[in-house]
Design a protein around this ligand. Sequence first.
Ligand code: MN
Length: 252
Amino acid sequence: MKKIIVALAALALALSCTPKMPVIGISCNLGSEGYSRVSSNYFNAVLTAGGVPVAVPLTDNEKVLERILKNVDGLILTGGEDVDPARYGEAPSENLGKVNGRRDTCDFAIAGTALKLKKPILAICRGEQLLNVCLGGSLHQDIPSEIDSELTHRVSTSEKAHKVGIYPDTRFGRVMKIDSLEVNSAHHQCVKCLAPGLKLVAASPDGVVECYENDKSIPSFVLGIQSHPEVFAQKGEEPYLSIFKYFLKACK
Ligand code: MN
């Protein structure tokens, strides 16, 4: 009996010393060929940061999503097509890109369920835009035709395209201890009106919203990033990897 108690105590100690590896759900895209697909950069960035990535299938079945999302510690909303402007009450501009109604339906259900379950969310590119709309914000449908800017935001994900300034009086600014960041940029839309509950964290020199976080009115962790830090984080490049470590810490 005594041996069993000692063994159990040793096991409890070992478990308490083992750092928890948060399980991170990653939303998928719906390719025209019918495959659920998502860039492996997201999986690899989570792996490099010490988490356990799992794919969240495209479904709007809320019972299924609740079952899945209850079993993850956090969610990454990934990049993709333009969000249908009908979602924020606007008619489509002639410069609107491709929209994917089925993916919008599923992503709104995934984001809404994660918020309801108070799961931490890291929203990237389209995910950042979609979560803003999901919470009641709106988007610029096309930066070149709507914003007077000398910056090019539609470049690629593989190179640094422009700088963003980070506001120091934000949770992100305090934790990351940086006041600017070079980012890649592969988008032609961006946040227009930030949703209630979201606070501006970083903007590019032309004023484009590049990062937001939740204020106290949203009880769970939200971080939205317009660029693609996963591209550099998966290779261990700082400070991009630290963004994922910061997110994983919020998921524990
Ligand atoms: Mn940009």
